[in-house]
Design a protein around this ligand. Structure first.
Ligand code: 13P
Length: 341
């Protein structure tokens, strides 16, 4: 494979030094929804300003190896006229791009989704690489509801993830593969574990089928949790045990790294779970296990900012504080009492 060595180097750099990744790649619709809830005008100017709050937070390179961006952001600049890509690169943060184009209904399978965006992938990859982006992300959505997910949904989404990953590697871009088993529903943690493991097993079958180089790939999975409407109570140790069991059963040791999504968990819970995973199991894990959060890293910053210039510093401080907490969690050394949020 033409880009193998460079892919492996980039993938390792994305999970190095006890740091993680931040997802700043909310689509226009998703970010607008969060803005609406926080009373922020839903315009391109405010979306750019919000991205500036985060990208220019002083010292982000202390906590982050990479930032996943959305297409709208990559040609934007800070108010002082510097390109966002430049600012990130100067801070030592590798820029990446969300490549999927959201989901649509999976025909014939009510309640299930398939991710869009495979059609013009090669052209988009070439153009993003020329702009300096070095990795990409593709999210598949798997829902648990009664007998769902169907085999069809798991296989179709795993195959699309593998097609995307192979296309990325051929263009010299490291793929982050994100098969998200979402938290919606009242299912148990055991059911989430079963579906997550089935999904991951199928994903790695498809990745191998399409000859994807696992040393040049990052997996972005969900943590194993009860559904958000479930009454089941679980502690961090149980979440860690279920999650690690799934990963060890289904994820080859050659994968360059694992970087969790937060999935709508409160920031304290997401970092607490990441901490428990690394604190209890680090010596058994063959991969670096880190974070690639959106909401659990910067939803508090969004609420503090509220679209107002006078709140920028406080919002940046909240973002950096969560960066720091997750850097500790990534090493299994988070002391909850010292984490003031
Ligand atoms: P959350 O951490 O908010 O789940 O977002 C991660 C992500 O990148 C979803 O695609």
């Amino acid at each position: 494979m033409e880009h193998r060595d460079q892919l492996i180097r980039t993938a390792r750099a994305m999970v190095a030094d006890h740091k993680g990744l931040v997802a700043l790649d909310e689509s226009v619709a998703t970010l607008n929804k969060r803005f609406e809830a926080a009373g922020i005008p839903q315009t391109e100017a405010f979306r750019r300003a919000y991205r500036e709050v985060l990208i220019t937070a002083p010292g982000i390179g202390d906590y982050l190896n990479g930032a996943i961006l959305f297409d709208e952001t990559i040609d934007q600049q800070s108010s002082s006229g510097r390109s966002f890509l430049d600012i990130l690169q100067q801070a030592g943060v590798i820029p990446g791009i969300k490549l999927d184009e959201g989901t649509e209904d999976l025909p014939g399978f009510p309640g299930e989704k398939i991710t869009k965006g495979l059609d013009d992938l090669t052209e988009r990859l070439i153009s993003y690489r020329q702009k300096g982006l070095r990795f990409a992300k593709w999210r598949a959505v798997i829902s648990i509801d009664g007998d769902l997910p169907s085999e069809a949904c798991i296989i179709s989404n795993a195959h699309a993830l593998a097609r995307y990953a192979a296309a990325c590697q051929h263009a010299g871009i490291v793929p982050i593969v994100e098969p998200e088993v979402i938290m919606d529903g009242d299912h148990s943690i055991a059911r989430c574990a079963e579906v997550t493991e089935r999904t991951l097993r199928e994903l790695f079958y498809q990745l191998n089928l399409l000859k994807v180089e696992l040393r040049g790939l990052i997996l972005k999975p969900n943590m194993v949790l009860p559904g958000e409407d479930s009454t089941e109570k679980v502690d961090s140790e149980q979440v860690a045990a279920y999650t690690v069991n799934c990963l060890l059963n289904a994820v080859p040791a050659t994968v360059a790294g694992i970087a969790f999504l937060s999935g709508g968990q409160e920031p304290e819970l997401a970092s607490g779970h990441l901490n428990a995973i690394n604190h209890i199991y680090q010596s058994e894990l063959p991969w670096p296990v880190t974070y690639s959060f959106s909401r659990a890293l910067h939803q508090p910053a969004l609420e503090i900012w509220g679209g107002k210039d006078e709140n920028v510093k406080a919002a940046q401080a909240a973002f950096l504080e969560l960066g720091k907490a997750n850097k500790f969690a990534r090493s299994g050394q988070l002391i909850p009492n010292e984490f003031s949020r």
